[in-house]
Design a protein around this ligand. Structure first.
Ligand code: PHE
Length: 376
């Protein structure tokens, strides 16, 4: 019986030696030390012996039990430590490592330009207004001193909206009717009801001029920035583009005021070294009319004969002039009392003329090529 205890101890130690994880250790405990384990069996066997034999064996049994339990406890500590160390190694993280940032997007360069332009004009008191982007022929042409079939209209290669007939009777529930109601809500209750003509995709932002005057509040200092459409596409034109329109109506407005406003804009947007000049031109809705040039940002007027960007040191920016009396009349403004100036041109064009832009094809702005857009 004594040797059985010794054998038990030897077996246990041999097995304990091979154990390397907690699971195996637990199995071993059940097998050797559990309620129905080997030790329990030996103890039961011992209980069947005579009293004197039991006493001798009891000491042996206790010794074995104590030794085995101690060895087990020690092993348990080691295994636990090893497993914890392995887990720590496996699950190690560097809490000081910089995180991975989601890639932040940014506004499209045209949106940025629009925000910048409206900000520049707001600083000198021009408030941003918005006229419809799909509007009546009347606001886009006729009220701007361009009678029906006037050849001056040819300069605006206009898209007309189909089916929206000159008559104001449209079939109920159609898209035409929806646009019609929107436009009516945006315009005055028509007095002598001029013929509104057809619907057009506005080819310039000048439709905002008479619309703003119709609101009946003077003086006016407005800036209208909106989408515009013309049937054209080449390196300097896209069929959908943006324009901004400035209109100032007040008493005693001079060309000097116009020139000062344009110079202010040129310096604020393009940089302090840039200047503008006015060249005589013709528009039906301004008198006198001008084309505005801005000094070239590439050659700065020096050696301009060699410049690949400009003609003789100047770049053409857009149109401007003193508001024509007929336009004032159409807007309900008395030309004997009030006058004003207007100017307007393309946002994309303005953007492309910024120093360092080097944009040699304006269509790139609308190609949705991220390699291009991400450069800004
Ligand atoms: N609307 C004109 C254009 O698109 C520009 C312009 C605006 C000219 C205002 C004079 C006054 O070409």
């Amino acid at each position: 019986m004594q040797s059985k205890f010794q054998q038990f101890k030897t077996d246990f130690e041999a097995q304990l030696h091979t154990v390397a994880d907690r699971l195996k250790l637990e199995e071993l405990r059940t097998q050797f030390l559990g309620r129905k384990g080997k030790l329990a069996e030996l103890m039961k066997e011992m209980g069947l012996l005579a009293q004197d034999q039991r006493q001798v064996l009891g000491a042996v049994a206790n010794e074995v039990k104590t030794a085995v339990e101690a060895a087990f406890a020690q092993k348990e500590t080691t295994v636990r430590a090893q497993e914890d160390a392995a887990a720590a190694q496996r699950e190690w993280i560097d809490v000081t490592e910089p995180g991975s940032w989601p890639r932040a997007g940014h506004l499209h360069p045209v949106s940025t330009a629009i925000a910048e332009i409206s900000d520049i004009f707001s600083r000198i008191g021009f408030s941003r207004v918005r006229a419809p982007e799909v509007d009546w022929d009347y606001y886009a042409f006729e009220s701007l001193n361009m009678p029906k079939d006037h050849p001056a209209r040819d300069d605006w290669e206009t898209f007309f909206v189909k089916q929206a007939a000159g008559s104001r009777q449209q079939a109920a529930g159609t898209e035409d009717e929806r646009i019609h109601h929107e436009l009516q809500a945006a315009s005055r209750p028509l007095p002598a009801s001029p013929d509104m003509g057809r619907l057009v995709l506005t080819p310039h932002t000048s439709n905002s001029q008479v619309r703003e005057m119709e609101k009946g509040k003077l003086p006016i200092r407005m800036i209208n920035i909106n989408r515009t459409y013309r049937r054209q596409s080449d390196v300097t034109h896209v069929p959908m583009f943006h324009q901004f329109e400035g209109l100032l109506i007040d008493k005693d407005v001079t060309i000097g005021n116009l020139k000062g406003t344009l110079d202010y804009f040129a310096k604020a947007y393009f940089g302090p070294s840039r200047v503008t000049r006015l060249r005589p031109h013709h528009f039906r809705f301004t008198e006198p009319s001008f084309e505005i040039d801005i000094s070239c940002g590439l050659c700065e007027g020096k050696d301009s004969a060699m410049c690949r960007l400009c003609k003789a040191g100047w770049l053409e920016l857009g149109g401007a002039g003193m508001v024509h009396p007929n336009v004032l009349k159409a807007g309900g403004v008395d030309p004997k009392v009030h006058g004003g100036f207007a100017f307007g041109w393309g946002v994309e064009r303005t953007l492309s003329m910024k120093s360092g832009m080097n944009l040699d094809d304006i269509r790139l702005l609308y190609k949705n090529d991220l390699r291009f857009v991400r450069q800004f």
